[in-house]
Design a protein around this ligand. Structure first.
Ligand code: FHN
Length: 462
């Protein structure tokens, strides 16, 4: 077991548990860290392991076209419109003179994250279009110098996060920069053969100095979220690592730099089927796009967001859930409503999420099919969605998405089972529990007690 995974498991319940007698015995909570994780790295990761739920914000000039260019709806994700419609730099640049998000209010955005129960915010400081959403001295192509807005929203957000005790981080597209002749990705204005680009010139003259600005002028930065490491080599990645660690040694680096970061970034919206070792995060959309698109109203309902949050935590990861604000500076109302509903659920059930470790079981997650194969010939995973388990020291949390009826049984539980109660019951009244030879049976109310997921806590004593 890797050191990071071990820490995630939070040393929790020192009992051996098997699921429904058929599952192999599993350990609910291991030693906090393996031998190879340094105390320094463990301390650096501590907040991330505790946080579990963060707000991703994709905001940039692309919010103006919002998916439409010259009267045509452009398929795909909103922030990719420049690439998908092959908009020349000279035309796309003109959006800056129209960007005036007068309804932007940093306090309100951060308050939304607080209300949603999120513990960190990561915002696009520069996406692939190359436009800096902060006042940069490195390039005039930035929100302070090139727009009528003239304000630095990232400064305002950093200050609001500090006031509201939320950690603040930056997304920075280190490799793709469609505005720069030597950046990766723009093959319609610049060289189609990217090997002929002087990529290091772009890195030295724009990306590295901008990362330096971000880590110098905005107070403590909890993490920097690099993305799409095209043309990156381990050596180029190492330059960023050195830069970050020299300026803010506590700043985490995500998993898409092109060199080893502090944790793994899963694919977009890709929740792994089973428990994953180490520290990791799933970046995910709340509809289908990251950057605002006016015709994307496919909002994931709160029930789905709560399920995904619990599912991810029960497998050992963090959920970084995105909103795409409009060109006026507003976070779409449906995103706000659905996030606040998750926050209401977390206010009741947060102890089963924050700092919680993964399930000690496994079969409740589903299983690989013996017969069905995907197009690559790999067995298809058939997820189950009845319940999930998260853990803290001395506690199992069973999250029911389908109410099991008046009793719930676990077998193979080793250790002394103590009290069992529903987190929705503020009196913490114990439910009748029987436990014999590792079989635990809890008598439940006839119907679910909570919206989205009802959480049963079972205390285990050593
Ligand atoms: O190309 C980007 C995309 O626009 C978005 O920023 C996502 C977020 O994870 N990352 C890249 C695609 O994986």
């Amino acid at each position: 077991m890797s050191p990071q995974r071990s820490l995630c498991l939070v040393a929790a319940v020192s009992v051996f548990i098997a699921f429904l007698a058929v599952a192999p015995v599993a350990i609910a909570g291991q030693a906090p860290s393996g031998p190879s994780e340094t105390p320094r790295q463990a301390a650096k990761m501590k907040w991330f392991r505790e946080a579990r739920f963060g707000l991703f914000i994709h905001w940039g000039l692309y919010a103006i076209p919002a998916g439409e260019w010259k009267g045509a709806l452009i398929p795909g994700i909103g922030e990719w419109i420049m690439n998908r419609a092959k908009i020349p730099v000279k035309e796309y640049e003109q959006l800056a003179s129209r960007f005036n998000p007068v309804k932007f209010n940093a306090e309100e955005w951060v308050q939304l994250a607080v209300d949603a129960g999120m513990k960190y915010i990561v915002i696009t400081s520069k996406h692939h279009d190359g436009f800096a959403m902060y006042g940069s001295k490195v390039s005039p192509y930035n929100i302070v110098d090139a727009t009528p807005f003239k304000r630095d929203p990232l400064k305002e957000l950093a200050a609001a996060c500090a006031r509201k005790n939320i950690r603040f981080g930056f997304y920075y597209s280190q490799a793709q920069d469609w505005h720069e002749p030597n950046g990766a990705g723009n093959t319609w204005d610049f060289l189609a053969d990217e090997t002929k680009k002087d990529f290091d010139k772009y890195l030295r003259e724009k990306a590295e100095p901008q990362v330096r600005e971000l880590l110098t002028n905005y107070g403590p930065v909890c993490l920097i979220w690099f993305d799409t490491p095209r043309l990156m080599t381990p050596e180029r990645g190492q330059r960023f690592i050195d830069l970050v660690s020299s300026l803010q040694p506590n700043c985490l680096i995500d998993g898409r730099l092109g060199a080893a970061g502090d944790y793994r970034s899963m694919g977009d919206n890709r929740i792994p089927p089973t428990v994953e070792a180490g520290d990791w995060e799933v970046p995910a959309t709340i509809n289908r796009t990251w950057g605002f698109k006016k015709d994307d109203t496919d909002w994931k309902p709160p029930s789905d967001l709560v399920f995904k949050l619990v599912d991810i935590v029960s497998k050992g990861g963090n959920y970084l859930l995105n909103v795409g604000p409009t060109a006026e500076g507003l976070i779409p109302q449906a995103s706000q409503d659905n996030l606040r509903a998750v926050g209401r659920w977390l206010r009741v059930n947060g102890e089963a999420i924050y700092g919680a470790g993964p399930t000690p079981f496994g079969p409740e997650l589903g299983a690989y099919s013996d017969t069905e194969k995907d197009k690559n010939g790999k067995p298809v995973f058939k997820a189950k969605e009845e319940w999930r388990c998260t853990t803290r020291p001395g506690r199992l949390y069973i999250h029911f998405f389908k109410w099991p009826g008046e009793s719930f049984e676990l077998r193979g539980v080793q250790g002394r089972v103590g009290k069992a109660y529903l987190l929705a019951d503020s009196s913490r009244k114990g439910l009748p529990v029987k436990s014999s030879e590792g079989a635990v049976s809890v008598t439940l109310p006839a119907s679910a007690t909570g919206e989205y997921a009802s959480v049963l806590c079972i205390e285990i004593q050593k």
